[in-house]
Design a protein around this ligand. Structure first.
Ligand code: HEC
Length: 156
């Protein structure tokens, strides 16, 4: 019964094999976790987004960088929507945007941020094209047609 010390492999499993089995299980577990995470991210992309490269790029950026505050659908209901100081992330699907709805205004607030609020300037993090894509996606979330000027480089 208690002769583990006498027999190093009481179950007849070679310790190095059991280590290999453990590593295999670990790898399978990690693999399952990774594919689950990837599948979560690749939930159905609406056709009007997937057929438009600018919106498709904007969606990726938005979900990765903006949805935490603005919410996945832009309603301002992300987990970090309320900040200790300054106004909350507003509802991007509202009819009126606080900072204006001209493309240069929407692009401007994303690029330069909103002073004394949680809305940071993204210019150091996102390049010109990504900024335009994110802005276009904000229009999309609000049910508005993304302005053509956001499709061309150096739109200001
Ligand atoms: C840390 C939270 C946070 C993140 C992350 C964030 N925002 Fe904001 N955003 C805010 C807040 C707070 C405001 C409101 C600013 C104000 O009232 O002036 C805001 C305002 C805005 C506005 C202006 C809305 C209006 O009514 O004029 C736009 C557009 C916007 N964000 C887009 C984005 C985009 C695009 C991203 C990702 C690249 C992003 N935000 C990431 C918190 C955030």
């Amino acid at each position: 019964m208690s002769d583990e010390h006498a027999n190093p492999a009481p179950l007849g499993i070679d310790p190095s094999a059991s280590r290999r089995i453990f590593l295999l299980m670990l790898t399978l577990g990690l693999g399952a976790y990774v594919s689950f995470t990837l599948m979560k991210k690749t939930e159905p992309v609406p056709a009007e987004v997937s057929k438009d490269p600018l919106l498709a790029a904007g969606r990726e950026i938005y979900l990765a960088r903006c949805a935490g505050c603005h919410g996945t659908t832009g309603k301002g209901d992300g987990p970090n929507a309320k900040s200790p100081a300054g106004p909350p992330a507003g509802d991007l699907t509202d009819d009126v945007w606080k900072h204006g709805s001209r493309p240069e205004q929407v692009l401007g607030v994303i690029r330069d941020g909103s002073k004394d609020t949680a809305m940071a300037a993204w210019r150091g993090i996102l390049g010109d094209e990504s900024l335009r894509a994110a802005a276009a996606y904000v229009y999309y979330l609000a049910g508005r047609e993304p302005p053509e000027s956001l499709r061309v480089a150096a739109a200001r």
